[in-house]
Design a protein around this ligand. Structure first.
Ligand SMILES: [Zn+2]
Length: 137
């Protein structure tokens, strides 16, 4: 039995040689498809089952794909997307935490500036682009 499992593992390794394998995007697609499968038990059975199947097939295609540079590019784009979501949620969390003591402003360059609240009109100097903003805090 142990020898059989060892041979099976070696065959799987040989099969996966030169293939992309599992990454975060494929894993999240699998989890999302499972969630959709669960939801489809209660509502919109057929459309959700189609979406579920499509997501799962796409995740399998990505896992077994031999076009590694393209899969890596997709994976990086997904990581960047996740980073934006995490950054946005962290900013919202900080805004909520500091809602009584600080105000947040967005500069024209995109930088988010945190200033103390209740100081009247102040000139805010952006450390990123060296631009000055006049805002009421
Ligand atoms: Zn700026």
């Amino acid at each position: 039995m142990r020898d059989f499992l060892g041979r099976l593992a070696m065959k799987y390794q040989a099969f996966m040689m030169g293939r992309y394998g599992q990454d975060k995007l494929s894993l999240h697609m699998c989890w999302l498809s499972l969630l959709i499968c669960f939801v489809s038990m209660f509502v919109w059975r057929i459309p959700l089952l189609l979406i579920y199947s499509l997501l799962l097939l796409l995740a399998l295609f990505r896992t077994f794909s031999r076009n590694i540079p393209k899969r890596q590019k997709e994976g990086l784009a997904y990581e960047r997307f996740l980073g934006k979501i995490k950054g946005f949620s962290a900013l919202q969390k900080n805004k909520w935490r500091d809602r009584k003591t600080h105000r947040y402003f967005k500069c024209t360059c995109g930088a988010v500036l945190r200033v103390p609240k209740g100081k009247g009109f102040i000139i805010i100097h952006c450390p990123k682009c060296k631009n000055d903003l006049t805002k009421k805090t």
